[in-house]
Ligand binder design. Sequence first.
Ligand SMILES: NC(=O)c1ccc[n+]([C@@H]2O[C@H](COP(=O)([O-])OP(=O)(O)OC[C@H]3O[C@@H](n4cnc5c(N)ncnc54)[C@H](OP(=O)(O)O)[C@@H]3O)[C@@H](O)[C@H]2O)c1
Length: 305
Amino acid sequence: MKAIVVTDQAAGTAGMTLVERPEPEPALNDVVVQVHASGFVPTELSWPSTWTDRLGRDRTPSIPGHELAGVVTALGYGTTGLSVGQRVFGLTDWTRDGTLAEYVAVEARNLAPLPGDVDFTVAASLPISGLTAWQGLFDHGRLRAGQSVLVHGAAGAVGSTVTQLAREAGAYVIGTGRAADRQKALDFGAQEFVDLENDALEDIGGVELVFDVIGGEIGRRSAGLVRAGGTLVSVVGPVETRPADGLAVDFVVEADRAQLGEIVQRVRDGRLRTNIGNVTTLDDAVATFNSTKRTTGKTVVRVRP
Ligand SMILES: NC(=O)c1ccc[n+]([C@@H]2O[C@H](COP(=O)([O-])OP(=O)(O)OC[C@H]3O[C@@H](n4cnc5c(N)ncnc54)[C@H](OP(=O)(O)O)[C@@H]3O)[C@@H](O)[C@H]2O)c1
C-alpha cells in the first residue's frame, strides 16, 4: 500500500516520504480500515509516541496521522461491534502506525460508525478537533450554561470547534487570534474577539474557563483571567502559571465512541460547522504539509479519490 513515513525526528515535515509499505494485519480487537480521508496535526512529529513504542523502542519508519474516515475491510480476533463494509471514523493510537496510508489497523473501540450522509473528508476533520473541544469543555472544564469562556486560536481547527460547542452549551465566548482571524472567529460564534497582536488580553476582565491552544506567554497571562473557582484548560503541555484560585488542567485527547457520535450528529443537524482549510491527496500531502502558505483550519488528506 502507499503510505507516508517518517524516520528522522529532526527533519520535521521535510523528512516525510511517500513509500510502499505492507498492508497492516489486524491484532486482537482491531479492525483494518481502508482509509478514504485522513487528518494530520504537524505537532505530532515532536511527540515521543511518533518515534518509540510503549516500551521506548524505536518504531521508525512510522506512519503519522491519527484521524481517519473510511471503510472496515477486516476484523481481528475477538473484535465486536463493527463489521466489514461499515463506514467508520475516529482517532487511532498515538504509538501505532497511523492514517496517512491506504490502510490502517486500529482498535475497534477507537472508532464510531459514520452515518452515510456524512462525507469522508468532513468526517476526517472531526476526531481530534471535535474530541479535544468536547473533552476540554465538558470533561475537564466542567462548563455550564451562563459561564464565560476565553477561547484562544478561535479561528483554528480546535478553537472554532470549542467556540461552537461552548455557544451551544449556553456560554459567552470570547475568541482570540491574529488580526486577520477576527471575522472567521466571529462567524464561528465568538461574541467578542481579542486580536492578540494589537489588543490587551487583560481588558476582557475575568472568565470561568480559559481554553488554551497557544501556551507560552499567552498561556501565562491567561491564568490571571480565571475567576475564583474557574479552570484553565491547556492542550499545549503542562500549565506554567496556575490560576490563583482555580484549577489548571492539561490533557491529551482520547478516543471516545460516544463523544464521536455526539459530534457527528451535530454536524448532520447543522449545529457544528467543520473548519477545513485545505484538502489534498496522499500523493501531494508531503508538499502540502511543507508549504509556507498560511491557511487556517484543518488540512484533510483525501487518500481514496
Ligand atoms: N493535547 C491535545 O490533545 C491536543 C489536541 C489537538 C490539538 N492540540 C494542539 O493544539 C494546538 C492547536 O491545534 P489546532 O489544530 O487548532 O491548530 P490551528 O488550526 O493551527 O489553530 C491554532 C490557531 O491559533 C493561532 N495562533 C497560534 N499562536 C498564536 C499567537 N501567538 N497569536 C495569535 N494567534 C495564534 C493560529 O494562527 P497561526 O496559524 O497564524 O499561528 C491558529 O489560527 C496545536 O499545538 C496542537 O498540537 C493538542
